[in-house]
Design a protein around this ligand. Structure first.
Ligand code: C2E
Ligand code: CA
Ligand code: CA
Ligand code: CA
Length: 275
């Protein structure tokens, strides 16, 4: 009903298992989604505490006229499973570059998510480098968010690739930090600039909880390693306050702004800066 018109949602999502009913239809529709212009990039502001500036995380949205709105963790999983996630991630990179060109501000920055399979693909390096040069922006304006399980296979190759990307100016963040059982090992091995503490740790930091101490320790560890830290999933002023006290560098979450489309973004940023 929410979508209006003839849109019906024929899927049952189980948020916890990401289980999708009717996978073949989902896959078939998703393969056509790019050319039919059903995918859109949303942007969520990430607030830099010290400078009160923002950059943006690019987050995919799929509004299918046939199937309704499908959450990204659901369709990304299908694309990863069926091996066309690279196509989608490359589309995101291109759109992010296009968005940055439209801003015409060399200080503007966008973070894009790279799936493990995309990161492993041989052509991703040249796509990124050609992307920024084609759109007349610089590599410093793109941050690559990679998840911890990216590294399971071919660890050395990934380390070299990330080093080369950093050399030409891209920055690298470890996404969902803390939820993988190998977090500390990734921190030891990976050439990264930043970690993003997963939102499961942020939800319960109000009091002197376990999560509070974990987050506090992650931040001080990161500082000792010379890394920046972002907290994601910040939903309340109290959480923001605790994170500021712990000297977290960057904050992201519904408390500041939800992900919004390109056209609503200036308004969202203005609202943020008036606080
Ligand atoms: P992620 O990279 O960890 O992205 C952060 C997710 O947290 C986003 O969900 C965002 O909307 C949500 N979020 C932000 N602030 C809050 C908050 O205060 N509270 C809560 N509860 N959630 C918050 P979203 O947009 O549904 O994306 C889900 C996941 O899908 C992403 O998790 C990422 O893993 C994947 N994804 C999204 N876009 C892309 C993409 O372009 N490429 C790839 N490979 N993956 C993507
Ligand atoms: Ca991310
Ligand atoms: Ca994340
Ligand atoms: Ca995630």
């Amino acid at each position: 009903k929410q979508k209006g018109g003839q849109a019906i949602t024929v899927f049952n999502f189980n948020k916890h298992t990401n289980e999708v009913m009717n996978k073949p239809i989902l896959e078939r529709e998703l393969r056509k989604a790019i050319s039919r212009k059903e995918l859109t990039l949303y942007f969520q502001p990430i607030v830099h505490v010290e400078t009160s500036t923002v950059h943006f995380e690019a987050l995919l949205r799929w509004f299918s006229p046939k199937l309704g709105t499908i959450p990204p963790d659901v369709f990304i999983l299908v694309a990863e499973d069926r091996d066309f996630i690279q196509l989608i991630d490359e589309w995101v990179i291109e759109k992010a570059c296009e968005f940055l060109r439209s801003l015409n501000d060399p200080k503007a920055k966008v973070a894009v998510n790279l799936s493990p399979k995309t990161l492993a693909a041989p052509s991703i390096e040249s796509r990124l480098i050609e992307g920024v040069s084609e759109y007349g922006i610089s590599a410093e304006q793109i941050e690559l968010e990679i998840t911890e399980h990216s590294l399971l296979k071919n660890e050395q190759a990934i380390i070299y690739k990330l080093s080369r990307l950093k050399e030409v100016g891209f920055s690298v963040a470890i996404d969902d930090f803390g939820v993988s059982n190998a977090s500390l090992n990734y921190l030891r091995l990976l050439p990264v600039d930043k970690i993003k503490i997963d939102k499961v740790f942020i939800h319960n930091i109000e009091k002197e909880t376990k999560e509070y101490h974990i987050v506090h320790s992650i931040i001080s560890l990161a500082r000792k390693l010379g890394l920046r830290v972002t907290a994601e999933g910040v939903e309340t002023s109290k959480q923001a306050e605790m994170l500021l006290e712990s000297k977290c560098d960057e904050l992201q979450g519904y408390y500041f702004s939800k992900p919004v489309d390109e056209h609503s973004l200036p308004e969202a940023v203005k609202e943020l800066q008036s606080r």
